[in-house]
Write a new protein. Structure first.
Length: 200
């Protein structure tokens, strides 16, 4: 399979890329350090990327940012960071990409536990995660030519525990192999419109 991985250089992206590279042709994409440079907050950048690469059998996105801050301190502009990057960035990868990928291709988006179990300072991130879930379930009803869409929704991964554990009191870290397998399930399985939740 030809698989495009956006965010391939991130903590999860590196492990997912290594796994799929064992048996598939991978094209990596990101803001830097990847084969294809793309800014997912810019629809034109996404379109340009798809025009440069051959038709893909799967698109995986493990990218997108949102502002972390106390709700009382968040501005409208702060909310727009998550709306433009993590939400519309992933929405546009599907909305634009559907016209460039092959028949029966799949899209796998990424969210996280904050959609269901938010913590302090994550109002914006939790909001966009929940929106991505609703988008994927609705888009699955209308994608054509056998195309599929799923979302991998993971808890705090073990590899990020040291950096983020103070923000997630009492959360059991998720082993990275379980997270990677969720992406394998989405790409190689027949699931469609599913939120694939990964917990410890």
């Amino acid at each position: 399979m030809n698989i495009l991985i956006v965010g391939a250089n991130g903590t999860i992206g590196k492990k997912v890329t290594a796994k799929f590279s064992e048996k598939h042709n991978i094209t990596t994409a990101g803001r830097n350090g990847a084969e294809e440079v793309v800014d997912i907050s810019d629809a034109n950048s996404i379109k340009s990327m798809f025009e440069r690469i051959p038709a893909q059998d799967a698109v995986i996105c493990i990218a997108g940012e949102a502002k972390w801050d106390y709700f009382k301190d968040l501005t409208e502009e702060d909310f727009h960071i998550g709306l433009k990057s993590k939400l519309m960035g992933q929405v546009n990868l599907v909305h634009i990409g559907k016209d460039y990928v092959g028949s029966n291709a799949s899209f796998t988006l990424s969210t996280g536990v904050l959609a269901d179990d938010p913590v302090v300072m994550t109002t914006s991130a939790a909001m966009v995660n929940g929106a991505i879930h609703s988008f994927a379930k609705a888009a699955a009803l209308e994608l054509e030519n056998g195309q599929r869409i799923n979302v991998v929704c993971s808890g705090l991964v073990e590899d990020s525990k040291e950096k983020y554990e103070d923000y997630f009191p009492g959360h059991d870290p998720v082993p990275m192999p379980k997270v990677v397998n969720a992406y394998v399930k989405s790409v190689l399985g027949k699931n469609n419109g599913e939120i694939i939740r990964v917990s410890a």
